[in-house]
Design a protein around this ligand. Structure first.
Ligand code: UGA
Length: 358
């Protein structure tokens, strides 16, 4: 049995990452539980020391780590992932391991020990475009009706979505045939402070679009628009997303056995539109002009094997019904504080990096 006394114990695998750094403080503030955050680093996690917080510095693929963490927990939030599209065609072996192979033991352990597995999957399982079960185009992506349409195997972009999809199918099968209590969440483009990294400061490569645009704004370089920036995403503010996760944890009976989209369809925007909104927010926050945008081809930007989702719009009716929840924050409201946080956080980091390079 979990050893947390009367309090429930929630393990957050990947508790030091972008989402973890928002979820862990919310759990501590809003639930009477013990939280065990597991990650390799906790630099993003700014929480006061608490006897209800345990930090376990470990990789989940180290022998024995998952065994012990799952044994101690009542509920496991599984957030570890490699989720930057730039990696899917450059390092698909690591991507498949991180998003599938390394998590198979977790699914089995949760089933064996009767733990509730709240697994963070991805909207990318829906693939290139939304198609209904008969292969006809639909506008929104629905958890229980929409087919999952991935591109050909040589388009290695889809290695991530395929790995995530197979893990969902494994979880579902353990739920259906081996008693696993599970909930699968499909986040739709969550954005907020501390997302990914800023290239050249605290990471290398290409982060997801918000962080990459922020890096360009901070360096005063043009914002790259892949294939003209016509692709569309609906971005959800991380605070709304965290509210959705907390609502799930409050409703185990209705949420177990479910797959849930968590997204903000009202914030549907083209990537070009996002770039313009971020440029305006940057100007507002800093009082200085923002660099322009620049069109780039997907092949030049990501290399061979990249492919894209043209439009990604969630159907959130199930989450609204089951959780009494809806995302409320508009892009106009969320972008200025996010940009301000990046500007404040990275101003000193960038000057330190520049001083170190000089
Ligand atoms: C990614 C992950 O693959 C998903 O797992 C994850 O769920 C999702 O982000 C998310 O954040 O929820 P994607 O939306 O394609 O999927 O990732 P981004 O790298 O943020 O790209 C969004 C769009 O912006 C793509 O069309 C991309 O080509 C474009 N982009 C990206 C640019 O035009 N410029 C950039 O500098 C970066």
């Amino acid at each position: 049995m979990p050893a947390s006394g009367s309090r429930s114990r929630i393990a957050v695998l990947g508790g030091g990452g972008f989402l973890g750094s928002h979820i862990v403080p919310a759990l501590l503030a809003r639930r009477d539980c013990v939280v065990e955050a597991v990650d390799l680093t906790f630099d993003k996690l700014a929480v006061p020391a608490s006897d209800r917080l345990v930090l376990t510095r470990a990789n989940i693929d180290e022998p024995g780590v998952l065994d012990k963490v799952v044994e101690r927990a009542d509920t496991v939030l599984s957030l570890t992932a490699l989720c930057n599209p730039a990696l899917y065609n450059k390092d698909p072996l690591a991507v498949i391991d991180a998003n599938y192979t390394d998590l198979v033991p977790l699914v089995k352990l949760c089933a064996k020990r009767g733990r509730w597995l709240l697994h963070f999957s991805t909207c990318e399982v829906y693939g290139v475009v939304a198609l209904d079960g008969a292969g006809q185009p639909t506008r929104t992506m629905n958890e229980d009706d929409t087919g999952l349409f991935l591109g050909p195997v040589h388009k290695e972009r889809w290695s991530y979505a395929a790995a995530k999809q197979l893990l969902e199918r494994l979880i579902w099968a353990y739920g259906n045939h081996a008693g696993l209590r599970f909930t699968i969440v499909r986040p739709f483009n969550v954005i907020g402070p501390r997302m990914d990294f800023v290239p050249g400061v605290d990471g290398e490569g290409i982060p997801r679009v918000l962080a990459n645009f922020m890096g360009a704004l901070l360096r005063g370089e043009s914002l790259p628009l892949v294939d003209g920036g016509h692709q569309r995403r609906s971005f959800i503010c991380v605070d709304d997303f965290v509210d959705g996760i907390l609502a799930i944890l409050e409703r185990p009976l209705v949420c177990q056995g479910q797959i849930l989209n968590l997204g903000a369809p009202d914030n549907d925007v083209s990537i070009r539109g996002l770039a313009e909104l971020m440029r305006a927010a940057y100007t507002m926050v800093t009082g200085t002009g923002a660099p322009p945008t620049q069109d780039v081809t997907a092949e030049d930007f990501y290399g061979a094997g990249y492919d894209d989702t043209r439009e990604r719009l969630p159907d959130v009716s199930k989450a609204t019904r089951l959780l009494n929840w809806t995302a409320r924050t508009t892009l106009a409201d969320m972008l200025p504080p996010i940009v301000a946080d990046y500007v404040a956080r990275y101003r000193s980091a960038r000057s330190r990096a520049a001083a170190g390079a000089a």
